[in-house]
Write a protein that binds this ligand. Structure first.
Ligand SMILES: [Zn+2]
Length: 416
């Protein structure tokens, strides 16, 4: 290489490595750090037990776990990104699922980590629907277009103390107007970074709550229906028709713009996402809460891609995934063996096999031909005591040639 060309390449390399920002890479985000290892600690608290469950799911390599912030008492707030089985391209629809803003509501972290665990081990999410809902639901076809962004414990300090508020005594689901707490700030950063079109905030009524403390799906509606209100209505009506067509009773609650805006789902609705608050009935057993939460999360996730693609306003939203996530996703999911990829592999295998055989024959045919000629001569002489007959030799060469790669075809021979 000429010295001039060498220095040109060197300069080019220096420019590329020294100016990553100019080439699309961004500075690492301290709030979006991928958690590389989650160990199950020896002393299990409710918080560490859920972390242990996430660690188990993570061992399959099918989920991405991020540290999105730290609570006042120093506990990490994790977020899990998971695409249900069948996804091969970056999902167009992102659904943010927030659990346990209230630390004394343990059902949603329990249920959602169970869903993640099963899905990360290859279980198709539609099989997790309860039997009664599955009977009245159509085949779920759009789940593979969804990326779930799950915050399994939004209030880790409160969760460990089994109390509603965080360690500063603040009710996080009344903090959304001011966003004064590290927990609400962390979730807001996720919302800005990942731009989810749908937000689900999971709760449960307790025994002391005033009636009617029943299973409910709350959405915000406005008089001059904004795009996300249309989505909300479509999704809610579709999901509840199926669930209530089974054995469930889930009420639809509509909140007015005059309702307290400091609740998470109302805040996110005001920021352009179709947002829902899900409550499970007071006094319900974990199994019943599991059924309602799982069915609603799956049905809303199924309906969202269809509704969003039908809604021009909502689908024009431009979004770019974090480059690190994009690279991981493409490696993890896009390589998934689809039927097409398998067909292509088979074609390549057959071609390689054929090429190999041709090569072997060509290499061995020349010495084999000589050996064959000698052998035939020997046999003819031995059998008939005749001298080498050119006719015999030509005939036998023809038989031999019909069995080699370099043979003239029979047709070509007969034309001569
Ligand atoms: Zn709650």
């Amino acid at each position: 290489m000429r010295a001039g060309a060498f220095y040109t390449y060197l300069l080019f390399a220096v420019v590329i490595f020294a100016c990553p920002a100019a080439f699309g890479a961004s500075a690492p985000d301290k709030h979006l750090v991928q958690i590389t290892e989650i160990k199950t600690p020896r002393i299990l608290t409710p918080y560490t037990r859920i972390l242990g469950e996430i660690g188990k799911a993570r061992s399959t390599g099918n989920i991405r776990v991020y540290h999105i912030g730290t609570s006042a008492q120093g506990r990490s707030i994790p977020m899990i990104a998971i695409a249900p089985a069948g996804a091969t391209v970056l999902p167009k629809v992102r659904i943010l699922i927030i659990c346990a803003q209230h630390g004394d509501e343990p059902a949603s972290p329990e249920v959602i980590t169970d869903i993640i665990n099963k899905c990360s081990h290859g279980k198709r999410p539609e099989t997790l629907l309860s039997p009664s809902t599955r009977r009245s639901a159509p085949k779920l076809r759009h789940l593979s277009s969804v990326l779930w962004l799950v915050i399994p414990i939004a209030n880790p300090d409160g969760f460990d103390m089994a109390r509603r508020a965080n360690s500063a005594g603040i009710d996080l689901n009344r903090d959304w107007l001011t966003r004064s707490q590290p927990e609400t700030q962390a979730i807001k950063r996720v919302f800005e970074k990942w731009a989810p079109q749908i937000v689900l905030d999971l709760h449960q009524w307790s025994n002391g709550d005033p009636p009617p403390a029943e299973n409910g799906l709350e959405m915000m509606t406005r008089p001059n229906a904004a795009a996300q209100d249309v989505l909300e209505r479509d999704i809610a009506h579709w999901a509840l028709r199926i669930m209530n067509g089974g054995a469930d009773t889930v009420s639809l609650i509509t909140s007015r713009p005059s309702a307290n805006p400091s609740l998470a789902h109302r805040y996110f609705a005001s920021r352009g996402a179709a947002s829902f608050l899900i409550e499970t009935a007071a006094g319900a057993k974990l199994a019943e809460r599991r059924k309602v939460l799982t069915d609603l999360v799956l049905l809303i996730s199924e309906r969202a891609p269809l509704t969003i693609s039908n809604n021009a306003t909502a689908s024009t939203h431009s979004f770019r995934y974090p480059p690190e996530f994009q690279a991981w996703f493409q490696k993890r999911y896009a390589q998934v063996d689809t039927g097409e990829a398998q067909k292509l592999k088979l074609i390549w295998f057959v071609l390689a096999l054929w090429g190999g055989l041709v090569l072997i024959r060509q290499k061995t045919s020349a010495p084999m031909k000589e050996a064959h000629d000698a052998d035939v001569k020997h046999k003819i002489t031995k059998r008939n005591g005749l001298p080498d007959s050119p006719l015999f030799l030509a005939k036998s060469r023809l038989w031999y040639a019909s069995d080699t790669a370099s043979r003239p075809s029979r047709r070509a021979f007969s034309k001569r």
